[in-house]
Design a protein around this ligand. Structure first.
Ligand code: FAD
Length: 400
């Protein structure tokens, strides 16, 4: 049983996808939310990714990760529908999964439905999502062998995360302080205070949600019993302008994103606002910095050749140093590839909550985590069944 603060006032540390989603979900329910971020504007962390995918995981037994990502993608697409202009900031294009090696398998009937979620009464579970075998025509449209195995995720699309962050933070009731690093969090009776590096108190509230990704560890690791095993996982995407491609290369571009061995997206604005192409991402463990590396462009070039061989061959020159651009960031991961959400330890640390550890799926999971947070606090029906919630709960790491 979660004890709810009498006062509907919260502080959120971190204004990425996770923090902005929590802030939005609370503010639309009447909470007053103050957000602190060390960056100068939206997208200082991993959520500065220029373009990424909201796409579900699938598995033959429709296991937890598949069910949770499916609900998460639905929640994100609905949020995008509510807040973002279609075509420039997101698009529900559907996503083709090139099922390399035929390893990925759909549940028995070939389509994943939301039966597993039907007991949960929320918007995240009300509509039916579908992932089905790709048709030969879809495979051919992407320039792939029509007979090769593929999966078509109809409920999926691309999003520009920074735009979603900015839109969520514009919710009435949310106040954001940019350029404000939080150095420490301190419990004062029934309140949590956040302090700057010089010890100055920046604010206090009965609810503190830490959403500062891997940096959450530095803020919280001194607390009694804190044992959430966050890890950093660096990644880089390579991208370029469509205008730098030849007409022949542009004709090969698939009209929808393709994933399966990394992901390829085209027709999405680059950070400078020109139509672009994007391929990613690399994965590098035990790395706490995110410089842009030439070797990662080479890895992404290779990735594209595996994912979409014809296009990859044709676009080889697009990876030359004078044309290719890069963006790199740090994902914050947890061992079961699911985030840590909610109270850290409701008995020892009442009022201290997390929404972090989004891993490689922050676009697909952060909105759902914000809604779960708000549903807990407002005593609403949860947006997921109990077994899924248990695997997301930050308290799964609390010392027994
Ligand atoms: C290369 C790459 C490709 C990716 N592709 C996809 C994809 O296609 N689909 C997908 O779903 N996900 C993708 N991801 C993952 C996704 O980007 C992340 O999961 C998501 O952005 C994490 O959001 P977050 O809010 O938890 O963290 P962040 O965006 O990192 O936000 C944390 C915020 O906390 C702030 N902060 C940190 N410490 C402090 C402090 N002490 N005080 C104040 N503020 C602080 C930071 O400035 C930052 O703004 C990708 C990630 C990478 C790196």
């Amino acid at each position: 049983m979660i004890r709810h603060p009498a006062e509907r006032r919260a502080i959120v540390i971190g204004a990425g996808l996770a923090g902005s989603a929590v802030a939005h979900s609370l503010a639309i329910r009447g909470w007053s939310v103050t957000v602190f971020d060390q960056g100068q504007g939206p997208g200082a962390g991993a959520s500065g990714l220029p373009a990424g995918l909201a796409a579900p995981h699938v598995s033959p037994d429709d296991h937890l990760l598949s069910r949770i990502t499916r609900a998460g993608v639905q929640a994100t697409l609905q949020r995008a529908r509510d807040l973002l202009p279609i075509g420039t900031d997101w698009a529900p294009t559907g996503v083709l999964e090139h099922n390399l090696g035929g390893k990925r398998r759909l549940p028995a009937e070939g389509g994943a439905t939301d039966n597993a979620l039907s007991s949960a009464s929320s918007s995240a579970s009300s509509s039916v999502s579908s992932s089905v075998p790709a048709t030969p025509a879809q495979m051919a449209t992407a320039g792939l062998d029509p007979k090769a195995p593929g999966i078509w995720h109809a409920q999926a699309g691309w999003i520009r995360p920074r735009q979603l962050v900015a839109a969520q933070l514009q919710t009435p009731g949310v106040q954001v302080h940019w350029g404000q690093p939080v150095q420490s969090v301190v419990q004062h009776g029934a309140q949590w205070a956040v302090q700057a590096v010089d010890g100055q108190r920046l604010g206090q509230a009965p609810l503190l949600v830490v959403a500062s990704a891997f940096d959450s560890l530095a803020l919280l690791q001194h607390l009694p019993g804190f044992a959430v095993p966050f890890n950093p996982l660096r990644g880089q995407i390579s991208f370029g302008r469509l205008s730098d491609l030849t007409e022949a290369q542009r004709l090969l571009l698939p009209p929808f994103p393709v994933n399966g061995h990394g992901s390829f997206i085209s027709g999405v604005p680059t950070p400078e606002g020109q139509a672009g192409w994007f391929i990613g991402s690399t994965f590098e463990r035990n790395c706490t910095q995110a410089p842009i590396l030439a070797q990662d462009h080479a890895a992404n070039r290779q990735r594209l050749q595996t994912l979409l061989p014809t296009l990859g061959q044709a676009m080889d020159q697009a990876f030359e140093a004078d044309r290719v651009q890069g963006w790199a960031g740090l994902r914050c991961t947890l061992p079961n590839r699911l985030p840590a959400v909610g109270p850290i330890d409701r008995h020892r640390l009442p009022g201290l909550w997390l929404s972090a550890g989004m891993g490689a799926r922050g676009i697909s999971l952060s909105v759902l985590c914000g809604e779960l947070t708000a549903a807990w606090l407002e005593n609403e029906p949860l947006p997921l069944p109990e077994d899924c919630v248990r695997h997301l709960a930050a308290e799964r790491y609390a010392a027994r």
